[in-house]
Design a protein around this ligand. Structure first.
Ligand SMILES: C[S@@+](CC[C@H](N)C(=O)[O-])C[C@H]1O[C@@H](n2cnc3c(N)ncnc32)[C@H](O)[C@@H]1O
Length: 278
């Protein structure tokens, strides 16, 4: 029986994904197939590789090669105050809830290079909540986490970030929160005090604490339904009663098992609150 060419290509891609799982324990089998394939293709194109078997050989032999490929397989596109409406809404809807807690535990799951986390730290500082907050920010991609820890961003991006901050109704000057050094914008170190960045894989690692607030924005969009359900389970286990969950603009918890346990605080901004019942 003959197989169409593109199917053969997909078999090789599946083998690459299997090789990664066997060799390094990273499981991409439940990621949305079409975008994962596109990213493998991008990797091969970027490295000028024609034969997928070469990818498998190099992957198995060289861990640094895998870490490089991980950057292609995971999409770490992010911005400070991305979706400014979300941050505006967060300020009016979630901050009053956080203010009722003597201490606030926050988890950014899938924080990429840290821009979302520093945006939240700025907002919390402006609202007088940062001092009693402990922020855990995690991602599967160790290079992204290293970048996030440094908190140095390209100066060219600051204009877009500043516009977002304005739209998000920030209370100060955005430039108050960084200083320029060489060609980089260095995030103010006072914003870093309450943040712990660490590697964590939502596919294989467990829940690690009782959080008042979990943000998992623009991450599940890359997962298939089964993996989304698994991650929502993990999030649900990690959030206290009446805790708040924020997902991305294009994501939803509607038609999942969380729908009956969570009520929307703002449907448009995808901000939900866990109810008392389980
Ligand atoms: C598009 S970024 C979102 C960043 C940020 N939350 C935002 O909304 O701007 C998606 C992030 O999810 C991370 N990610 C993908 N799979 C993951 C997994 N299994 N566990 C943890 N993070 C993961 C990627 O490495 C990437 O940094």
């Amino acid at each position: 029986m003959s197989t169409p060419d593109h199917d053969v290509e997909y078999v090789y891609y599946d083998l690459i994904i299997d090789a990664i799982k066997i060799r390094y324990g990273y499981d991409f089998t439940m990621y949305a197939k079409s975008s994962l394939r596109r990213r493998i293709r991008d990797f091969m194109h970027d490295k000028n590789i024609d034969d997928p078997l070469d990818v498998i050989k190099d992957l198995i032999a060289d861990e640094a090669y895998f870490v490089d490929m991980l950057g292609f397989l995971t999409v770490s596109v992010t911005e400070m105050f991305r979706d400014p409406d979300f941050f505006r809404c967060f300020r009016s809807v979630v901050i009053p809830i956080l203010k009722t807690y003597p201490s606030v535990r926050i988890w950014h799951a899938g924080c990429a290079t840290g821009e979302e986390v520093y945006s939240m730290a700025i907002l919390l500082q402006e609202e007088g909540v940062l001092d009693r907050s402990k922020i855990y920010a995690t991602d599967i991609n160790i290079s992204a986490i290293d970048h996030a820890k440094q908190g140095i961003y390209n100066l060219d991006k600051m204009q877009v970030f500043a516009k977002n901050y304005l739209k998000a109704e920030g209370k100060a000057e955005f430039s108050d929160y960084y200083h320029a050094k060489y060609n980089g914008a260095v995030i103010d170190s006072s914003l870093k005090n309450n943040i712990t960045f660490a590697q964590h894989n939502l596919v294989t690692d467990g829940s690690f604490s009782d959080f008042n607030l979990i943000l998992c924005r623009n991450v599940m969009i890359y997962f298939n339904k089964d993996l989304q359900t698994r991650v929502l389970q993990l999030i649900n286990e990690s959030l206290i009663h009446y805790g708040v969950l924020c997902v991305g603009k294009k994501e939803t918890i509607s038609a999942t098992f969380l729908e009956s346990i969570y009520k929307p605080l703002d449907s448009k901004s995808k901000i939900y609150q866990k109810s008392g019942k389980q």
